[in-house]
Design a protein. Sequence first.
Length: 191
Amino acid sequence: METIQQQKAALRRRLAAREQAMTQRERELSDRAIIYHVTRTEEYRRARTVFAFVGCGREIGTRALLERILSEGKELCVPLCTGPGRMECRRVQDLSVLRPGSYGIPEPPPEAPAAVPEDIDLAIVPCVGAAADGRRLGRGGGYYDRFLARYTGSALLLCRERLLCPDIPRETHDICVPAVITEKGRLWAAE
């Protein structure tokens, strides 16, 4: 019998193959549609301070969203990895300050002003795959589960339609996100 960790690892491999099968054009169209739906949510419209991941590689490209957040006068926070499984929210006013961090993910400089979860109105959360009920499969480091365990504001989980999966295994420390945004719009997750 496989452990939950083994089940998650196998699912990550299957979902990575699905994502790798996408063409660059399909990814761009997917990114655009997802970002469109994010910006139409009430949570986004109300938010003054937004914490969002910086998509890289085959992840959902969030650069256009990050630029929009700044251009609308909202405050933008992005993750800074500070150790295994640990990240902090850092405020940025210009995306040009982002540099590849220890995992190759664009990050703010360590001296960027910190924000605590209580400062954030909306968190934009990444995943490898998700279920419509808000279960998310991350990369396995626990970064976002630790953040979400301390966070009480609104959150949106971004997921490509082809990476929706009804059978995501869940452990006690895994945190669900109340709303999933795909290319087709919003899926309400059970709370």
